[in-house]
Design a protein around this ligand. Structure first.
Ligand SMILES: [Zn+2]
Length: 413
């Protein structure tokens, strides 16, 4: 690829310090979300370095390469949140709790950043509460409009926030789920949130938590679209710089361990926040030493999984995989597992079926293929939805099918 499609950061994405040190190098990999059209399987895919660094000043863990958003999002297969039943239930519970604890009504406004296909905001619409979705993707915002969720088809930036604020679009509640880590202008995004939040409003932000990533070797959640990996310490620094305060936090099991952050324009931290800050300090998450053995642990997982899959192949067992998401691509590409090792991958998202996984080139089929083709083993790449997948695949398991969960260390279930 030509040099202008990505660049290497030399400063921290949050505090701009130059004291950032790389502790994990996942090599040069294709973009994890970029599925390949089978007709183009012989064309070279663009590859980019994937290195992870720690900032000694503000504790932010981040990748060092920024791929140009025009490249990152061009021809991207759209992700539709409504294909994930577990996420729908999770979102509805979140909304009902917010309506209750913030006493929302027809005069309130709820804004969601990265509102996708309206999977979350539709719950407010059903309760008669005005909403505004903001999402730059092609496809999902049109679906949101169809189900009655007004959506601006734009990137959320500080400029857009200024415009919304001057139009009086100030929110009682702002939702931002799994987007803060994806934006290249981290500071602009947080400044924008401050701009469109009422003085007594709250931003409810979900982001994967760095601690389980490190403890459970969830290195496959690292990919080019995902620029930052947050500790509470790093988030506290980031928000304070913009006059916002992390006042409450809930820990969630979704996506392998996430944080739900309650951020307000005044400082009143609850014990939930203070306790996590203390814990992170106690275990040393604010020091580079905490991360120094991570690369060795990642390499150990890789060699166990590769050995397990190749031994099965040698013994004439067939192996498939479940989950054509970004984390699956990171796992396959870093482990060097291809269509010679794993026959195919299944995914419920009909938009992905018929395409190939980036790099590894596994064909993507519908989940019914497990019962039809009866592979002996299935590697659960979407291990964050393992319970749901096991339940959904009861018939395949009845037929003797076995699953392999790759993290924190590969095991057969
Ligand atoms: Zn920093």
């Amino acid at each position: 690829m030509t040099a202008h499609t990505s660049h290497t950061e030399t400063q921290c994405r949050s505090c701009k310090s130059e004291d950032i040190g790389v502790f994990l190098d996942l090599g040069e990999t294709p973009l994890s979300d970029r599925l390949v059209d089978p007709a183009k399987r012989d064309e070279a895919e663009p590859i980019f370095p994937l290195k992870v660094a720690f900032c000694s000043d503000c504790s932010l863990v981040q990748i060092t390469e920024t791929v140009d958003p025009n490249v990152l999002f061009a021809d991207k297969y759209p992700y539709y949140s409504s294909f994930l039943p577990a996420l729908l239930a999770h979102s509805k519970k979140n909304v009902l709790a917010r309506i209750e604890d913030r006493k929302l009504n027809k005069d309130s406004l709820v804004i969601e950043l990265a509102s996708n296909d309206g999977y979350l905001l539709k719950n407010y619409v059903e309760a008669g509460i005005p909403v505004l979705g903001i999402d730059p993707a092609d496809g999902p915002p049109a679906v949101a409009e169809e189900i009655g969720v007004p959506t601006l088809n734009e990137f959320f930036t500080k400029d857009l926030a200024d415009k919304l604020a001057s139009d009086g679009k100030i929110a009682d509640v702002i939702h931002a789920n799994n987007v803060l880590a994806h934006v290249a202008d981290t500071n602009g995004f947080v400044a924008g949130i401050k701009q469109i939040l009422k003085p007594n409003g709250v931003a409810v932000i979900e982001a994967p938590y760095l601690k389980p990533l490190i403890e459970h070797v969830e290195f496959d959640t690292i990919y080019h679209e995902h620029l930052c990996y947050f500790s509470v310490t790093a988030l506290d620094h980031l928000f304070k710089r913009h006059g916002l305060y992390l006042n409450h936090v809930e820990q969630l099991s979704i996506h392998g361990g996430s944080l739900r952050l309650f951020v307000e324009p005044f400082e009143a931290p609850k014990e939930s926040v203070l306790g996590l800050l203390r814990n992170e300090r106690d275990i040393g998450m604010d020091k580079p030493e905490y991360f120094q053995d991570f690369a060795a642990r990642v390499n150990k997982l890789k060699s166990s999984l590769v050995t397990m899959v190749r031994d099965l192949k040698e013994d004439k067992y067939t192996v498939a995989a479940y989950g054509a998401a970004a984390k699956g691509a990171t796992m396959l590409n870093f482990c060097g597992l291809t269509d010679e090792d794993i026959d195919f991958v299944v995914d419920r998202n009909t938009h992905k079926q018929g395409q190939l996984m980036p790099g590894a080139h596994l064909p993507i089929l519908a989940p019914e293929a497990l019962v039809e083709l009866k592979p002996d083993y299935v590697v659960i790449l979407a291990w964050n939805f393992a319970d749901e997948i096991l339940e959904q695949q009861a018939d395949y398991r009845e037929l003797g099918g076995k699953f392999i969960v790759p993290v924190p260390s590969p095991r057969v279930i």
